[in-house]
Structure formats: structure tokens, C-alpha cells
Design a protein. Structure first.
Length: 118
């Protein structure tokens, strides 16, 4: 773990910056970086990313709240049902093999990239 510290700190800084600027950072930045740069297995990278997002999202949400740009009603309407989806997704995640997860995640990222480019 000590040899990973600079890499993990760098991933955190990049994810935090991108989260604050673009509203992304978790799965799109942290997961690929943990797998590619810190040699995490895919399932551990996905789970670690979700835990790290707690800190990132709280800090960014507070900064945006101070600026008055958070629609709290919409956030609750998205966030509360997302809790059920997250529990279901974590359950499913434990039952899928890593290769299928990586393939599904790669397809998801490719679709997002194409949609953003257009």
C-alpha cells in the first residue's frame, strides 16, 4: 500500500478536480485509474471508487450549495431512489464475474463518450 500512496493521491486530486468542474469523477475517472495505474482488481476498484465518492460528492455538493446552484428537491428525487438501485447493483455486482463487469463498464463508457461527442 505505501508504494500506491502517491498514485492514489493523484487519482483523488484528478477525480476531485473533474468532479468539481464537470460533475464526474467516480466511475468514469477513479475506476479506470485504479485498475490501470494502481493495479486494483476490477471489482475492488469499483467498490473502492464508490466509497471514495462519498468524500468527493459531499465536498462538491457543499461547494455548489454555497453558490446556491443545488436543486435539493430534484437531488432527493434522484438520490433516494438511487439508494435502492445502489443496493440492488451491489448485490448484482457480487454475483457477476469480473470479465463481464469490465465489458459492461467499457460499453457504458463508450456509449457515454459517443453521446457527449455528438
Amino acid at each position: 500500500m505505501p508504494s500506491r500512496v502517491p498514485i492514489l493521491v493523484g487519482i483523488g486530486l484528478a477525480a476531485g478536480l473533474l468532479s468539481g468542474v464537470f460533475g464526474v469523477g467516480g466511475g468514469i475517472v477513479i475506476v479506470p485509474a485504479l485498475v490501470g495505474l494502481a493495479a486494483f482488481p476490477p471489482k475492488q476498484a469499483m467498490a473502492t471508487s464508490l466509497a471514495a465518492i462519498l468524500f468527493t460528492s459531499a465536498a462538491a455538493a457543499l461547494a455548489y450549495a454555497e453558490a446556491g446552484t443545488v436543486d435539493w428537491a430534484a437531488a432527493a428525487l434522484i438520490g433516494l431512489p438511487a439508494v435502492a438501485g445502489a443496493v440492488g447493483g451491489a448485490w448484482l455486482h457480487q454475483r457477476l464475474d469480473s470479465q463481464r463487469l469490465v465489458l459492461a463498464f467499457s460499453v457504458f463508457l463508450a456509449i457515454v463518450a459517443v453521446k457527449l461527442a455528438l
